[in-house]
Design a protein around this ligand. Structure first.
Ligand SMILES: *Cc1c(COP(=O)(O)O)cnc(C)c1O
Length: 360
């Protein structure tokens, strides 16, 4: 029996090229790599070293545990900032940098810094319109009125995060930029970190001293509605397990949601919603064989999907079809069909796929 495992090709060279393109766009500002959530599902242990080899010296993760694993993978040197923060000392000398998301965070880390006599490196996060994390306007005013609260901290960057950067015309973009500029003006002068992927395409004043792109590195379009300026990164392919002929009137899969209108050939593939191929793609997904588009029929089930290959009579079990990327839909295309965003398609990619990091 053939190996039925689907293969997720992840093109590390394309990720590095995307980082270089963003770095050129952001110059003279620096560009970090956001590798939270296992590098958006693609594998931080491989992606981060590739970015580092390409020149990236600043990394962002969401969780302390992600930061610890990343330090082990990258060694000493690059900045690794933890967006959700952590308690003083919790990084056990791994040299991780907490993002301070509240005045309480500021006070705790400043006290720790004064206690050890060693200024604590940290990033200060100001909320300018997300109402999620970061010092709110009142906390910002308290800090502006008393800079001594920062004694004991080595603030590497003051950062903020855009809520609507993927909508270039949204008025909140300029409003957040103005609030950020005003807030920074009354704090000690420090480098700034502002743009995410889409923010880098809003204009040169958004890049700041350190941009924080994630999705664009992984091939997601940072300029929705306009052509994708990034190189595609992933391709998911899987072999056909079985092909069967069914008569007109026969149904396929759970709920008998597809009924063949004419005699049909049905191919079965070992990818399902447990692998992140969303069930909401039932009846809408397509696969590609070379340049031929094969419609998906019936429900996406946990471990399997079914394709109508009637128009491709030469196909046989073992032939490999492409489900994402190449001639098949991109992650952004799939997301549009499934009613979500490309980020969720990537971070849902399952760990039953064999990940292949060559140029796919
Ligand atoms: C996830 C995240 C980013 C990266 O955003 P993309 O849209 O993927 O470029 C940047 N900054 C913060 C605070 C984030 O949470």
């Amino acid at each position: 029996m053939m190996d039925p495992t689907a293969v997720l090709h992840i093109d590390l060279a394309a990720i590095a090229a995307n980082w270089r393109a963003l770095a050129a766009r952001a110059a003279p500002g620096a560009v970090a790599g956001v590798v939270k959530a296992n590098a958006y599902g693609l594998g931080a242990a491989r992606v981060a070293p590739a970015l580092h080899a390409g020149g990236c010296r600043h990394f962002f993760v969401a969780h302390l545990s992600e930061g610890m694993a990343l330090r082990a993978a990258l060694g000493a040197g690059p900045m690794i900032a933890v967006l959700n923060g952590f308690a003083p000392g919790a990084d056990e000398d791994a040299g991780l940098v907490p993002v301070l998301n509240s005045l309480g965070d500021v006070l705790a880390h400043a006290a720790a810094g004064r206690g050890t006599g060693q200024a604590q490196p940290a990033l200060l996060h100001l909320d300018t319109g997300m109402a999620r994390l970061g010092l709110d306007a009142g906390e910002q005013a308290r800090l502006a009125a008393d800079h001594a609260l920062l004694a004991g901290l080595d603030l590497l960057y003051v950062m903020s995060h855009l809520a609507c950067a993927d909508e270039a015309d949204h008025p909140l973009n300029a409003e957040q930029a103005a609030r950020f500029t005003r807030a920074c003006a009354v704090l000690p002068r420090r480098k700034r970190s502002f743009a995410n992927s889409s923010g880098l395409f809003l204009g040169s004043d958004y890049a700041s001293d350190l941009a924080r792109p994630g999705c664009a590195l992984y091939g997601i379009n940072p300029t929705p509605g306009a052509p994708n300026p990034m190189r595609p990164v992933i391709r998911l392919e899987a072999p056909i397990l079985q092909i069967r002929d069914i008569p007109a009137g026969a149904s396929v899969g759970y709920g008998a949601s597809f009924v063949a209108a004419c005699p049909s050939r049905i191919a079965t593939i070992a990818v399902g919603y447990a692998d992140g191929y969303l069930r909401s793609l039932s009846g809408r997904g397509v696969a590609a064989y070379r340049d031929m588009i094969l419609p998906m029929v019936g429900r996406v089930s946990m471990d399997l999907i079914t394709l109508d290959v009637t128009e491709a009579p030469g196909l046989a079990p073992g032939d490999r079809v492409t489900l994402i990327g190449g001639a098949a839909p991109s992650p952004d295309d799939l997301a549009a069909q499934a009613g979500t965003i490309g980020y969720e398609i990537l971070t849902s990619l399952g760990d039953r796929y064999r990940r292949d990091y060559g140029a796919g």
